[in-house]
Design a protein around this ligand. Structure first.
Ligand SMILES: [Zn+2]
Ligand SMILES: [Zn+2]
Length: 174
């Protein structure tokens, strides 16, 4: 979804719409409900609004699907990418990093909304704070109970004891 800068009326533009957002590349699209207000100040464009979306994430421990609701407000300032004059470049080096740019007289609304959603997505989502995850050996969901690997595994603290016993046995026969 793109908005032509020249199409923005002097009094600004308010719109409300649903937009598919793909949080992970090649993943499922979730629908964002967007309310946006766009104003133009000369060549500068200010886009403000609100995004509501429930993104489909997977628990970082057990990989179970976790619906994650997000409600976020945004306020982004855009400048034309092509004609940055020296003064603006100066401003940029002074740390105004949250400035965005538009090119070809177009604002990429889809990209703006996707960025806003990504900012609110947790790096390591969890289905619950005490998720036990899955067994790395057999892949069993440990939230459903322990797997067999755990009992088969020798307690590493007891392993030297086994060796010691073997050693004693060897000595005994010698
Ligand atoms: Zn989980
Ligand atoms: Zn296991």
């Amino acid at each position: 979804m793109r908005l032509k800068i020249t199409d923005i009326p002097d009094e600004g533009l308010t719109d409300e719409f649903d937009l598919p957002v793909e949080v992970r590349d090649g993943g499922v699209s979730d629908t964002a409900h967007v309310v946006i207000n766009v104003k133009r100040f000369g060549k500068k464009v200010l886009a403000e609004g609100k995004v509501n979306i429930t993104v489909s994430l997977n628990c970082s421990r057990c990989l179970k699907p976790v619906p994650y609701p997000i409600e976020t407000k945004f306020s982004e300032e855009y400048n034309p990418a092509m004609d940055l004059d020296k003064e603006e470049e100066q401003e940029l080096t002074e740390g105004e990093l949250d400035l965005s740019y538009y090119s070809n007289d177009e604002l990429n609304i889809s990209e703006l909304i996707r960025e806003q959603v990504l900012l609110s997505v947790p790096m390591k989502p969890l289905c619950s704070a005490d998720c036990h995850g899955i067994c790395l050996k057999c892949g069993k969901d440990l939230n459903e109970g322990a797997c067999l690997c755990k009992t088969e595994e020798i307690d590493p603290r007891l392993a030297p004891l086994g060796k010691f016993k073997e050693l004693m046995k060897d000595r005994g026969t010698a």
